[in-house]
Design a protein. Structure first.
Lengths: 350, 177, 248
C-alpha cells in the first residue's frame, strides 16, 4: 500500500484527476476552491498537461466543452456562484453527450452569499443544472480520501455514460486536511469514435446539441434518458453507519454527514437506535436504500446546510412511509453535533 | 484517546503550520487525523485558527468546537475560546503575548512565554512551534524519531533550511511543560 | 471541355440555408478553398456560432462543433489546447463575437491563442430578425432601433479589429470586404494569411469581413452591396491592423 499523505480535500481531488489521466484543467479563481486550481497549476506542467486560468467560469466550462469534444479527459472547478455561471455550458455538454468532470466546493448563498461552507446547491446539482432536460451524475465525497477516490470514479462514470459528473463538495471538505492513500484504480478511457480529431482518414464528426426538427430532438431526448435510466438502475451508491437496526435514520452527505456521525454515536450511547444513510451519489439518489430503511424506521432526519433541499428527495423516496424531519444550518454555519443529537432525541420521542 | 486541539492566534503566527505539524505527528503515530483551518479574509492579518483532531477511531465532525487542548497565541483567542475548552482540558497561553490569567479553574493551564523564548533563542516567529512541543509532551508514545519524521513531512522540501530551527523550537516546548 | 470552376470538397453538397444575396456563402467558400489549398482539411476543426451561421457545421466538410452563443473562442481554445497540432477556426457574427462573446474574444486574443477567427460583420443580428448589433451604425434603423441607432442611448459601434490589434497576443488582424470581385480576392488572401499565421504558431489571428444582410436591411442584394460601400466602409476602414508575421 502506498504511503499516506496529509493533504487538503481541494488538492486530493486534483491529484485524483491527474492520476485519472486528466491533462486538461480550465479554472477561474473563487473561494473556497482556490487550492484546487493552484495545485493543478503546479502539477499540470510537470505532466505535460494543460492548466489554463480562464477569463470567467463561463469561458472555463466552454473550454472544457471544446477539450472534451476531442475526447480528452477535461475538468473544471468552482464554488456556488461560479457554478451558476457554468449552467449554460453544462446544458451544452449534456446536449452534446460529452463526458466531463466538474467540482463544486459549495459555500453559503444565495447571491454572493458568503465564503463559509454550504450545501445549498443540491437542487442546481441534482435537479436544475441548466436549461432543458438533462441530468448530471452527482458524487458526494465524505472526506479527503473520498475527494481523491471520487475524482477517479468521476472520470470513469463520465466516460462510461458520456455525462458530466459533478463532485459536490463543500468548504470544509475542500479546506480540511486528512491522510490520503493514492489507490491504483485509475480507469482507461474508452474508445471515443465520436470525438473531433486531426490527421483524419474517416468521415467528418459533428459535435452539436442543435436539432431543428422537433421529432429528431425528441428522439434524442428519449435516447439520452434511456441512458440515464441505466445510470439510475446501476450507479446509486450509499454508505450505512449503524443503519441495520436504526429506528431514527439520519440522511446526510459531505460535511453534514461528518457532523451527524458524532451525534449518532452519542445517541447510541444514550440508548437511541440511530443510524445514518449517507448518499454517495446524490443523483442518482439512493431511493431503494431509503425505502428499505423506512420499513423499520420511526423517522428520518435530513441534516443539510440548506433550507431543505435533499429532504425533498428523502420524502419522495420513503413515499410517506414515515415522517421526515429537517435539521439544518445555513449561510456558512455548520450544524453542531449537539444540534443534530437534539433532533434525533426529538424524533425518537415522536 | 482522542485529542481535539484548537490553535488560535494572529495570521502569521504559524497557527496553520504548527497544526499541520501536530497532524503529521498523529499520522505517523498511526492515528486518524483531521486538520481544519479557518479560511477566507480572516486569514489576512486578522485572527486565524485551526482545529486538529488526533483519534484512534474514524473522525466524524472535523470542527473543533469543544477542544481538549487550546493553544492561545494572543488575547482575543483566549477570550474567544477559553470557555469552550472541555473540563480537565489543557490551555496553553503564550504569556509573553497575554498578560491576563486564565479564569477557568477546572482546566490545566500552561503559561509559556513562547514568543519571548523564541526570540531569546534566535527562533523568531516560531512561538507556535514551541507551543506544539508543549502539546506533544502531553501525548503518549511520541519518540524523537517520530517527531523528526513529522517535521520532515511538514517543512516544505524547498525550505528544509528551516528544519533545524523548527526542531529546536519543539524541543524547547517539550521541556517547558 | 475543360473545368473552369469546381466546388471545393471542403464544402459539403448541402444547400446553404442563407438568404438569397447574403454574402455568407461567399465567405464559406473562401474559407473552404483556403483550407483545401493549404492541404490541411483532415486536420482542421471548425467551431460554428449561434446566429445565421449556426448550421455551418453542416456546410463544411470538416470535423465541426456547434458552440454556445459567443463562446466559440473558448470552445476553440479547449480544442486547440487538446490538439495543438491541429488547425482550429471559429466562424462568428457580430452579435456572437462583439456582444455576448466579447470577453471570450478579447481574452483568446490576449492569450495569443493560436486559433483563427472568421468574423462576419454585417451590422445587424440576422438570425433573430434584424435587431441592433454592437456594430450597427449610428442612425441605422433596426428592429430594436426603429428611430435609428441613437448613440446617446444605444452607444457607438464596436471597432473589433482596431480594438484587438492593440493586444500583444493578436498576431494578425485585417478588415476586408466581399462587396466586389477585387475585394473578394483580397478577402481570400487575408483568410490565407490568418491560417498561415496559425500554421507558424504566431498567435491569434482574426479576419473581419464586412458582409451584407439584404433581408434585414430591407434592400435588394445589389442595393445591399452599395449600402455596404457607402455606409459601412467609412465607419469600418479596410486594411491590415496587425501583422506580426510580415510576409507569409
Amino acid at each position: 500500500m502506498s504511503e499516506k499523505v496529509l493533504m487538503k480535500g481541494n488538492e486530493a481531488v486534483a491529484e485524483g484527476a491527474i492520476r485519472s489521466g486528466c491533462r486538461h484543467f480550465f479554472g477561474y479563481p473563487i473561494t473556497p476552491q482556490n487550492e484546487l486550481a493552484a495545485y493543478m497549476s503546479k502539477r499540470m506542467p510537470k505532466e505535460n498537461g494543460v492548466f489554463l486560468q480562464a477569463e470567467s467560469e463561463i469561458a472555463a466550462i466552454n473550454m472544457v466543452l471544446g477539450a472534451a469534444a476531442t475526447g480528452v479527459r477535461a475538468m473544471t472547478s468552482s464554488s456556488s456562484p461560479g457554478i451558476a455561471l457554468k449552467s449554460e455550458g453544462l446544458s451544452y455538454l449534456a446536449g452534446c453527450d460529452l463526458p466531463a468532470v466538474l467540482v463544486n466546493v459549495q459555500r453559503g448563498g444565495p447571491g454572493l452569499g458568503g465564503i463559509q461552507p454550504g450545501q445549498a446547491d443540491y437542487f442546481i446539482a441534482t435537479q436544475g443544472s441548466g436549461h432543458g432536460d438533462f441530468r448530471m451524475i452527482v458524487l458526494a465525497p465524505g472526506g479527503v480520501q473520498e475527494m481523491f477516490d471520487h475524482a477517479v470514479l468521476a472520470f470513469y462514470l463520465a466516460d462510461r455514460y458520456r455525462m458530466t459528473v459533478m463532485i459536490l463538495s463543500d468548504g470544509i471538505l475542500g479546506q480540511m486536511m486528512e491522510p490520503v492513500t493514492f489507490g491504483n484504480t485509475v480507469s482507461d478511457a474508452p474508445e471515443k469514435p465520436w470525438a473531433l480529431g486531426i490527421n483524419r482518414k474517416r468521415e467528418k464528426n459533428i459535435v452539436s446539441s442543435l436539432f431543428l426538427d422537433p421529432y429528431a430532438l425528441e428522439a434524442q431526448n428519449f435516447r439520452r434518458f434511456e441512458r440515464y435510466a441505466e445510470v439510475e438502475a446501476n450507479e446509486a451508491r450509499f454508505e450505512g453507519f449503524m443503519l441495520d437496526d436504526a429506528e431514527i435514520v439520519v440522511v446526510a452527505y459531505g460535511a453534514s454527514a461528518r457532523v451527524a456521525r458524532n451525534s449518532i454515536a452519542e445517541a447510541r450511547s444514550q440508548g437511541i437506535k440511530a443510524g445514518m444513510l449517507r448518499p454517495i451519489t446524490l443523483w442518482p439518489f439512493p431511493k431503494e436504500a431509503c425505502l428499505s430503511a423506512a420499513k423499520t424506521a420511526k423517522a428520518f432526519i435530513s441534516v443539510e446546510m440548506s433550507m431543505g433541499q435533499m429532504v425533498k428527495d428523502i420524502e419522495l423516496a420513503v413515499r410517506c412511509g414515515c415522517p421526515v424531519l429537517l435539521c439544518n444550518r445555513v449561510g456558512g454555519v455548520v450544524p453542531e453535533p449537539a444540534q443534530v443529537l437534539d433532533c434525533i432525541r426529538k424524533a425518537a420521542d415522536l | 484517546m482522542s485529542r481535539e486541539i484548537l490553535i488560535a492566534g494572529f495570521g502569521g503566527q504559524g497557527v496553520l503550520f504548527s497544526g499541520k505539524f501536530l497532524a503529521n505527528i498523529g499520522l505517523l503515530n498511526n492515528q486518524e487525523v483531521s486538520w481544519l483551518p479557518s479560511y477566507g479574509p480572516e486569514m489576512r492579518g486578522g485572527t486565524a485558527n485551526c482545529g486538529v483532531i488526533l483519534s484512534p477511531d474514524t473522525i466524524g465532525c472535523p470542527v473543533v468546537s469543544r477542544p481538549d487542548v487550546l493553544i492561545a497565541l494572543n488575547l482575543p483567542s483566549l477570550d474567544k475560546f477559553e470557555n469552550a475548552v472541555k473540563p480537565s482540558g489543557h490551555i496553553f497561553t503564550d504569556s509573553s503575548m497575554i498578560s491576563k490569567k486564565v479564569k477557568r479553574t477546572d482546566v490545566i493551564v500552561h503559561n509559556i512565554p513562547a514568543a519571548k523564548m523564541a526570540e531569546d533563542n534566535a527562533l523568531s516567529g516560531l512561538g507556535s512551534m514551541i507551543m506544539a512541543g508543549g502539546v506533544i509532551s502531553l501525548l503518549d508514545g511520541i519518540s524523537d524519531d517520530l517527531i523528526e519524521s513529522a517535521m520532515r513531512k511538514t517543512v516544505p522540501k524547498r525550505k528544509q533550511a528551516l528544519f533545524d530551527s523548527n526542531m529546536k523550537a519543539v524541543y524547547i516546548g517539550q521541556n517547558a511543560v | 471541355m475543360s473545368i473552369v470552376f469546381q466546388k471545393t470538397p471542403v464544402l459539403t453538397d448541402t444547400h446553404f440555408s442563407y438568404c438569397p444575396g447574403c454574402t455568407h456563402g461567399i465567405i464559406h467558400r473562401l474559407v473552404a478553398e483556403v483550407i483545401q489549398e493549404m492541404d490541411i482539411a483532415n486536420s482542421t476543426i471548425g467551431v460554428a456560432p449561434v446566429g445565421c451561421a449556426v448550421l455551418a457545421y453542416t456546410f463544411f466538410n470538416l470535423d465541426m462543433i456547434q458552440s454556445p452563443h459567443g463562446r466559440a473562442p473558448a470552445v476553440a481554445t479547449g480544442i486547440k489546447r487538446a490538439l495543438p497540432d491541429g488547425f482550429v477556426f471559429t466562424y462568428q457574427g457580430d452579435g456572437d463575437l462583439a456582444a455576448i462573446g466579447t470577453a471570450e474574444t478579447v481574452h483568446a486574443a490576449a492569450r495569443g491563442e493560436n486559433i483563427t477567427v472568421i468574423f462576419v460583420n454585417n451590422a445587424i443580428y440576422g438570425m433573430t430578425g434584424g435587431q441592433m448589433a454592437p456594430t450597427t451604425l449610428p442612425g441605422q434603423v433596426t428592429q430594436t432601433t426603429p428611430y435609428g441607432r441613437n448613440p446617446s442611448s444605444a452607444g457607438y459601434p464596436v471597432m473589433v479589429s482596431e480594438m484587438l490589434s492593440t493586444l500583444e497576443g493578436t498576431a494578425y488582424c485585417e478588415r476586408v470586404s466581399v462587396d466586389c470581385v477585387k475585394n473578394i480576392r483580397k478577402a481570400k488572401e487575408s483568410i490565407r494569411k490568418a491560417f498561415e499565421t496559425q500554421k507558424a504558431k504566431k498567435g491569434f489571428s482574426l479576419v473581419e469581413i464586412l458582409s451584407t444582410c439584404p433581408t434585414n436591411w430591407g434592400l435588394s442584394p445589389t442595393e445591399s452591396l452599395d449600402w455596404l460601400r457607402e455606409n459601412m466602409m467609412p465607419q469600418y476602414p479596410l486594411g491590415v491592423f496587425k501583422d506580426k508575421g510580415g510576409e507569409v
